[in-house]
Design a binder for this molecule. Structure first.
Ligand SMILES: Cc1cc2nc3c(=O)[nH]c(=O)nc-3n(C[C@H](O)[C@H](O)[C@H](O)COP(=O)(O)O)c2cc1C
Length: 704
């Protein structure tokens, strides 16, 4: 019997999921296309096991966080990399043939780590490779490698079928009618011509666009019964949890699972303040005038006021059912604004309701509100949308942008200006995608994650987090734009910021615990904290937590020295062998290790948490405060790496002799790499690798 064919994916932001479902649709398989964690819902194990008839598995999997696997692939990866498979020669997939397409980004040090791990582990499980692993790099564009891989997969399957059947089941061919002349040039075509003077209107053949054509029939998502999207976002701080064993925190990891992306907590914003930026000075708004503005009007007012960082304090449930530790992140559920949804409905002419694949009637408005349509379009979106242009010139232009020859134009037009779906509909007015197509093409808006900046000891029912407000120049003519989540949060606290409201809007929140980005259980370890920009956010929580934990210990000990013990019986001072003067030493039987903070920003106006940092330094909570300004002096760019180099000897002593923990947090595009290279120069690359393995050098890097 011919082996059964399976396609599975592990995806954080939808790319692998899209590629997987597209491949699956083009292969017209009878097996379902599922996320890797759901592999046990299929017959893969029995087909590929020793007694099975064989299976072919095509895996598409991205890497997220800092070399982590997407959440919807984690369980599968844990299964295939079990020690047993290596040590006891257990081969659960001895009749498996497989191929892995790994998605990643070379800006991250662990390029395609999850895909590589799957590829290696499947071999350990007895599987044999149909082809070497393919690694697609988001930094240079995924398309080329993805398309080549898909071609190889389809060819290999066609070849294996050819011996019994010459009809290849896999050729998604389409023909387009030749373009009719249309004298009206839409803005989109005008921009394409301006960007690429060589552009000429012509029918773009299918093979120039590639094999990733998404049709509504390939849509398994159109009812929006989507699995919850795994957490990821451009502004994501990807962190996960490992129990701190720190008896001084109020954290219990079990109870913290109560609130999730699917079941968030409705939290109230209790405080808001700008950590940097001069918005309020420029706006000169008073509470009365702000109270009359709609959310959209507030966003309009806030646009274009330069770089600014906001800190919010929000409520936690009174019953301690949402707890956190320093280093964790808060997830925020985001949806599209009413104005964007209305414009989409109006431009595309949708009705109020639609019937999903499952036959259930749903509200168009609420489904569209959940759709991630304000993110910059990817080529795959254009491939899907192009054919819904009724004007042939517009259709050709979109197919050109989606195709290989249009790559450079795509980059300098769509990618560079973050053109999103609404922009595209405005620029190419004949494009009217069906609702089913949109629901299949776009995933749900992923939650946004922000590092907590407070300690749970700061307040039992409050948590603080900070973020840079995304405010950027978008596509020509459409003016500035605020980030979907950060813009909405900023606008919703404008009343508070001008002093007019005691409490502002609610936010749907849930915790995301960090596995590695946690304070060591013992405070005796020195800490080296490297966090330029908002990368410093979790470190404010770290330092505050150490301080408050110490104060709490002092208090506990002071109580005991005064003769009262929590158990209720009396203690004489002689019983504990210390006098009241020794209280602090007794309480902190271990002396707290030094903390060195390396922080970087453009100039002093940009220095967030300055007062707090200086106070921490003055109070001795921070042993060293090393600040680097990249734009303070003309022509002299100083980054955290420079400050690290200046303090090389001290870092060698702290890391190699005093056993310090090193935490690095911030924007991933180059900072992570540069800081790691700098550490390599200071303590040696081998030591860096070793300490990374031992989780004593821990990174939390997000894409900028
Ligand atoms: C927050 C974040 C972290 C990432 N971390 C890594 C990484 O450690 N290694 C890597 O090779 N790629 C990394 N990437 C790049 C993704 O793997 C790449 O963008 C991929 O196309 C995403 O595919 P997906 O949408 O299926 O998750 C990261 C991307 C994001 C947004």
């Amino acid at each position: 019997m011919a082996p059964t064919i399976y396609v599975m994916y592990g995806s954080a932001t939808g790319n692998s999921q899209h590629i997987g479902t597209s491949l699956h649709a083009s292969l017209q398989l009878s097996t379902p296309c599922v996320e890797l964690n759901k592999w046990k819902d299929t017959k893969l194990a029995s087909d590929a096991g020793e007694d099975g008839d064989g299976a072919k598995l095509f895996v598409v999997c991205s890497t997220t966080g800092n070399g982590d696997s997407p959440e919807n692939a984690g369980r599968f990866i844990r299964f295939v990399k079990r020690k047993k498979n290596h040590e006891e020669g257990v081969k659960p997939f001895s009749k498996l043939q497989y191929a892995v397409l790994a998605l990643g980004d070379t800006n991250y040090s662990e390029f395609c780590a999850a895909g590589r791990l799957i590829d290696k582990s499947l071999a350990n499980c007895g599987g044999s490779r149909l082809m070497p692993i393919a690694k697609a790099d988001e930094a240079v564009g995924l398309e080329e490698v993805v398309e080549a891989w898909i071609k190889e997969v389809t060819t290999s399957l066609a070849c294996s079928e050819a011996s019994c059947d010459n009809d290849s089941p896999i050729s998604p061919e389409k023909t387009l009618s030749p373009p009719a002349h249309d004298p009206a040039v839409c803005d989109g075509i005008r921009i394409v011509k301006a960007v690429n003077p060589n552009y000429t209107d012509r029918v773009v053949p299918e093979d120039e666009i590639g094999t990733l054509v998404m049709t509504s029939s390939s849509n398994s998502l159109s009812s929006l019964n989507l699995p919850p999207p795994p957490p990821s976002d451009l502004a994501l701080l990807s962190t996960s949890l490992k129990s701190a064993n720190d008896s001084w925190t109020h954290t219990s990891s079990d109870s913290a699972t109560n609130y999730t992306a699917n079941k968030p907590f409705s939290s109230k914003i209790t405080k808001a303040r700008y950590l940097s930026g001069q918005v309020l000075e420029k706006l000169s708004l008073d509470a009365a005038s702000v109270s009359k503005l709609t959310l959209e009007q507030k966003m309009e007012k806030l646009k274009g006021h330069g770089r600014r960082v906001l800190e919010l304090e929000v409520t936690l449930p009174d019953d301690f059912s949402l707890e956190y530790s320093p280093g964790d992140s808060i997830g925020i559920i985001v949806s599209q604004s009413d104005a964007s949804v209305s414009e989409l409905i109006q431009r595309c002419g949708y009705g109020d309701e639609y019937t999903g694949n499952d036959g259930v009637k749903r509200s168009t408005r609420s489904s569209l509100a959940k759709l991630d349509v304000t993110r910059a379009l990817k080529k795959r979106h254009l491939v899907g949308i192009a054919d819904s242009a009724t004007n042939t010139e517009e259709r050709n232009c979109l197919r050109f942008l989606a195709g290989k020859k249009g790559s450079a134009t795509f980059e300098s037009f769509i990618a560079k200006h973050s053109v999103n779906l609404l922009d595209l509909l405005r620029l190419f007015p004949s494009v009217k995608p069906s609702l089913t197509l949109l629901l299949s093409l776009f995933t749900t808006v992923p939650p946004r994650y922000y590092s907590v900046t407070s300690s749970p000891l700061y307040h039992p029912h409050r948590v603080k987090f900070a973020f840079t407000v995304v405010d950027y120049e978008a596509v020509e003519g459409s003016g500035r734009r605020l980030g979907l989540a950060t813009g909405m949060m900023e606008a919703s606290v404008l009343g508070m910021l001008v002093g007019g409201e005691a409490a502002a809007a609610t936010l749907e929140i849930f915790p995301k615990h960090s596995k590695e980005f946690r304070l060591p259980a013992s405070s005796r370890f020195p800490l080296v904290l490297i966090g330029p920009g908002t990368g410093v956010a979790p470190f404010m929580g770290f330092v505050e937590h150490r301080k408050l934990a110490r104060q709490e210990r002092v208090k506990t000990t002071a109580d005991s020295c005064a003769g009262m013990w929590r158990g209720g019986f009396e203690l004489e001072s002689g019983d504990i062998g210390v006098g009241s003067d020794d209280t602090t030493d007794f309480c902190s039987s271990e002396k707290a290790g030094p903390i060195h903070l390396f922080f970087g920003c453009r100039n002093e106006d940009d220095w967030i948490y300055r007062a707090e940092m200086e106070e921490m330094k003055a109070q001795g909570e921070l042993t060293g405060l090393h600040v680097a300004f990249s734009r303070k002096e003309e022509g002299k760019k100083v980054y955290v790496q420079h400050r690290m180099k200046e303090n090389s000897d001290q870092l060698v002593d702290l890391i190699l002799k005093q056993d310090a923990y090193v935490f690095i947090c911030g924007d991933g595009t180059s900072m992570g790499k540069d800081v790691m290279a700098c550490l390599g120069d200071i303590i040696g690359e081998e030591k860096v690798e070793l300490l990374k393995e031992k989780k004593k050098i821990v990174l939390d890097i997000w894409a900028g």
